[in-house]
Design a protein around this ligand. Structure first.
Ligand code: IDP
Ligand code: MG
Length: 136
């Protein structure tokens, strides 16, 4: 049975800065993750803190929020078959050094913090994250 889902993807500042937006979008499109919405924005540190609230107890939280708000990002709604897990597989492991060949983070990630992309990790978080950026 088909299971069409939506998920939130973010192209992070390191990748936008290196002009990788179109290359990364093509990876999604080729795997039949349709880009339903896309916008280039810059968020404040407070907004990043809200978005990454789930990580507030982590030692890297402050740096993570500074980083996500440090430059333009591209936020997208991806839609397709099993979009949440499909996107996570395309992204690869959080640490680019541990990411599988041909994943976005292996191809483009610089470090565990500058790892080029974000992707929702569950149905509930996908819904929350899409609402955060697209349903004010
Ligand atoms: P994910 O992006 O693969 O879902 P999470 O564990 O949800 O990984 O962490 C969110 C983001 O926080 C990561 O994408 C990465 O940018 C950053 N991060 C995760 N772990 C570390 C760390 O140990 N040091 C620095 N940054 C980290
Ligand atoms: Mg995560």
């Amino acid at each position: 049975m088909s299971n069409i889902e939506q998920t939130l993807s973010i192209i992070k500042p390191d990748a936008v800065e290196r002009n990788l937006v179109e290359e990364i979008k093509n990876i999604f499109i080729k795997k039949e993750l349709n880009i339903k919405e896309s916008k280039k924005i810059q968020i404040t540190k407070d907004e990043a803190a809200e978005f990454y609230k789930v990580h507030q107890s982590k030692p890297f939280y402050n740096d993570l929020c500074s980083y996500l708000s440090s430059g333009p990002i591209v936020v997208m709604i991806l839609e397709g078959e099993d979009a949440i897990i499909t996107n996570r597989k395309l992204m690869g492991a959080t640490n680019p050094k541990e990411a599988e060949d041909n994943t976005i983070r292996k191809l483009y990630g610089i470090s565990i913090d500058k790892n080029s992309v974000h992707g929702s990790d569950s149905i509930i978080n996908a819904k929350k994250e899409i609402e955060f950026f697209f349903k004010n």
